[in-house]
Design a protein around this ligand. Structure first.
Ligand code: AMP
Length: 284
């Protein structure tokens, strides 16, 4: 595995690889890696080209300064994990490498309605930050394939839109990888490291609630089902940001369901200080 810290150096190396006819597959991360991240790398490696991972805790996507400060950093372990998993190239840029003009760039991406619902509503500015960092990373790495996790369902949709509006769709193909879960069903997440033992036991309540929604999708009006689901979470000690049942392709709230429209159930909730998100595509 070759480690780069400078945009110019990684670009030079990748140019050479491309001239040798290699396809480039890219997995951007914020580090604190777990098997969910490695499942993206494993998909990226299936193409047989050069696999590139990045680790960068992006300050512009944190709307909550405390969340940024407390974001877990496990760089030595991450490097070891990626090396063992057969990653070809690792990019660990500094903030100035990603944001040479500083982090307060006033430019905005026109991401449409997807930006301001759900995560966008509860984390104002979050997706502009995601768009900034992903755009910059894509310009540096210029991958043919970009791998992202369904765990961040809305993020995948935002990035798909970003790729479209920037014209990068001529080059980059987004591939969405299913969510990897712990044995009990909890979606793997770097933030799980911050859960105390008792909280970790409770955390599976999010996945159980998504399954509850899936199971009862045709039995109750959605408003009642969402209220029941939220109540289940609060009774376990969660503080709920949202429980939503949405169209799987637009993320618009669905109130009346024809039984055919593709649906996704999404939850964001806190256990004390730690905010967790998860989602499940509804299957009947
Ligand atoms: P993060 O480091 O949290 O920004 O995540 C980096 C990438 O890994 C994103 O595309 C995430 O959606 C993806 N990811 C995070 N957790 C999981 C998981 N449990 N299963 C699959 N992909 C994941």
């Amino acid at each position: 595995m070759i480690l780069f810290r400078k945009a110019e150096d990684i670009r030079q190396y990748l140019d050479k690889q491309e001239n040798l006819g290699k396809q480039l597959s890219f997995v951007p991360t914020m580090g604190a890696l777990h098997p969910g991240h490695l499942s993206l790398l494993s998909e990226a490696k299936k193409g047989g080209g050069i696999s590139v991972c990045s680790i960068f805790v992006n300050p512009t996507q944190f709307n909550d300064a405390k969340d940024f400060e407390k974001y877990p950093v496990t760089l030595d372990e991450d490097i070891k994990m990626l090396e063992e998993a057969g990653c070809d190239v690792l990019f660990i840029p500094s903030v100035t490498e990603i944001y040479p003009q500083g982090v307060s760039d006033p430019s905005r991406y026109e991401l449409g309605a997807i930006e301001s619902v759900l995560e966008g509503k509860y984390r104002p500015g979050h997706f502009q930050g995601v768009a900034m960092v992903v755009h910059r990373l894509l310009e540096i790495v210029m991958p043919h394939h970009l791998y992202m996790g369904q765990k961040d369902y809305q993020q995948c949709m935002v990035v798909a839109e970003l790729i479209r509006i920037t014209g990068l769709d001529k080059r980059v193909q987004l591939k969405v990888v299913p969510t990897m879960r712990e044995k009990d069903g909890l979606a793997m997440s770097s933030r799980n490291m911050r859960l105390k033992k008792e909280e970790r036991k409770l955390a599976v309540g999010i996945y159980e609630t998504l399954q509850f929604i899936n199971k009862n999708i045709a039995k109750e009006p959605f408003s009642a089902l969402k209220a029941d689901a939220a109540h289940r979470l609060t009774s376990k000690g969660f503080r709920v940001d949202y429980v939503e049942i949405a169209d799987a392709t637009t993320l618009e709230t669905v109130i009346e369901w024809d039984g055919k429209q593709g649906l996704v159930a999404l939850i964001a909730a806190y256990l004390n200080e730690v905010r967790l998100i998860d989602n499940l595509q509804v299957v009947q």
